[in-house]
Design a protein around this ligand. Structure first.
Ligand SMILES: [Zn+2]
Length: 509
């Protein structure tokens, strides 16, 4: 691979985990396994192109007269009553209950699961006492060392639209090399050895990126980011745990050199209201059958009307009918519209029927208390109702944090949460349950101050009854409106103050 610059074409090569010269150390050709009664057979050695040496896991199991079973990312080698548990792409193995650290991870190559040869010296004795592995140089034809290219699996392709950039993330099962070629129309990234089950195509249409495509080409994959307008910088980075390639495509700065998003100090114009749940996801259900999805949609529409009439701001809804909207799409919608605020409206549930009152949340990786964590877990559970294609893989909270656009808005979000909670507890004469923090997936990708309001407990028969009446829902809507109006007043005041300051405040990036 080479790096060069041609007019109109930028080529960047990055290498991770692909090192030349792997054959140098390959003088050993295999191992002979020896038990108490003599030879158990030979095991050939496989050197991958990063230089790490492996043996075939199923072959090892056969020689040990054991079994090899795989389940998703984990695999178990059982010999007699003892077992060794491997996790794909992890360099740690649990052998007979003991954790053993290896230098290389277990992998899946073209011929199946491979385990680091180091396991033979560190783990074999624990798994099969009395069995040893003796290295030998190849005299037999069977044991010729071969270089196998390990394929890398795609875990997830995702994107987020932010006001100043669009982020594309390719999450993979192993370290990935990449080559980026940009042109006016598209950014092309070659991903060697990334194996795809099929082509992927996602429409983005955020004014910057039109679509992202991922196609298999030979044994590799090619990511194409099709552009809608001229881009500014493109930043690529390769990260670990999990392995992922992150592509940030920035909007072009305007004539004054500002990024289009640096409008933190502008009056509020657009608020996105998000009625929770919908469609096949009813949300919480009360003892008399009231459904969260219906109650919150009604309240949301009432808040929208009040905001438009009372504040003259634009309001956009993530849903205005009884439809299912995946969580990620809710904030993507707000980001694409460049909304100034994101407010998600929900109804609460608690195993104790007497729980009552209003809670307002903003996003944090650390839940403020166990109940807050519980509420986030329930609301995040909606993910299970999404189609497998749009559902985020792996640890949900981890995904939230990767895409944590919210950290820079955390302060503003907490101010908005407090203002809205104050207004609600005062005008509804409710027990204040406080502003809380938790890892709500729906708030994770919002590129603006964002809060989640739990307007009451559907699981409390008293509150369910109140929420079933239009009068109370209007009162709730008015209380939310009053809180947001107060937040806007203070925000716009700060904008006016900022405008009278000398231009010195202009930030250079
Ligand atoms: Zn909910």
């Amino acid at each position: 691979m080479r790096a060069r610059t041609v007019a109109g074409l930028v080529l960047v090569a990055a290498l991770m985990g692909v090192l030349p010269g792997a054959a140098e150390a390959a003088r050993l050709d295999g191992f002979e396994l020896r038990g108490r009664a003599g030879s158990l057979g030979q095991l050939s050695r496989t050197v991958l192109d990063d230089g790490a040496a492996y043996v075939s896991a199923p072959r090892l199991a056969t020689l040990l007269k054991g079994s090899w079973t795989t389940k998703g990312r984990t695999a178990t080698l059982i010999v007699g009553t003892r077992r060794a548990q491997f996790v794909r792409d992890q360099a740690r193995v649990v052998v007979a209950g003991r954790s053993v650290a290896l230098e290389s991870p277990a992998r899946v190559g073209a011929t199946g699961w491979l385990i680091p040869e180091e396991f033979l010296s560190k783990g074999l004795g624990l798994l099969a006492p009395g069995v040893t592995a003796v290295a030998f140089a190849g005299e037999t034809k069977k044991s010729v060392a071969k270089t196998v290219k390990a394929s890398i699996t795609l875990e997830e392709l995702r994107y987020r639209s932010y006001p100043s950039f669009t982020r594309v993330v390719v999450e993979t099962g192993g370290a990935l090399a990449y080559v980026v070629v940009s042109s006016r129309e598209e950014i092309r990234v070659r991903l060697p050895r990334l194996v795809l089950a099929g082509a992927r195509n996602e429409e983005v249409l955020d004014g910057l990126v039109k679509a992202i495509r991922l196609d298999p080409v030979g044994g590799d994959a090619v990511l194409r980011v099709v552009l809608e307008s001229t881009v500014g910088d493109v930043k690529t980075s390769s990260l670990q745990d999990p392995f992922r390639l992150v592509l940030d495509i920035y909007r072009q700065r305007d004539a004054a050199g500002r990024e289009p998003s640096q409008s933190a100090m502008e009056p509020l114009r657009l608020i996105v209201l998000d009625a929770g749940h919908g469609g096949h996801d009813p949300g919480a259900t009360g003892p008399s059958g009231a459904m969260e999805k219906d109650i919150v949609l009604d309240v949301t529409k009432r808040v929208a009307r009040l905001l438009e009439e009372g504040l003259g701001v634009k309001v956009a809804l993530t849903r205005s009918t009884d439809v299912f909207v995946p969580l990620r799409e809710r904030t993507n919608f707000a980001n694409k519209q460049r909304a100034d605020l994101f407010v998600s409206i929900h109804g609460n549930a608690h195993p104790r029927a007497v729980s009552e009152g209003v809670e307002v949340y903003f996003l944090s990786s650390e839940a403020s208390d166990t109940d807050a964590r519980q509420v986030a877990a329930i609301e995040n559970g909606v993910i299970q109702l999404e189609s497998p294609a749009s559902r985020p893989k792996g640890d949900l909270l981890r995904s939230i944090l990767f895409d944590l656009a919210q950290s820079e808005f955390q302060q503003e979000s907490s101010v908005m949460a407090e203002t809205v909670l104050d207004s609600m507890t005062t005008s509804l004469t409710l027990v204040p349950r406080g502003v809380k923090q938790a890892g709500f997936y729906v708030l994770g990708g919002a590129a603006m101050p964002a809060i989640l309001i739990e307007i009451g407990f559907l699981t409390n028969p008293k509150e369910e009854k109140k929420l079933a009446t239009a009068e109370y829902r209007q009162a709730v809507a008015r209380a939310i409106y009053t809180g947001l109006a107060e937040y806007k007043r203070r925000h716009d005041q700060r904008v006016r103050t900022a405008e009278t300051l000398p231009l010195k405040a202009e930030r250079a990036r």
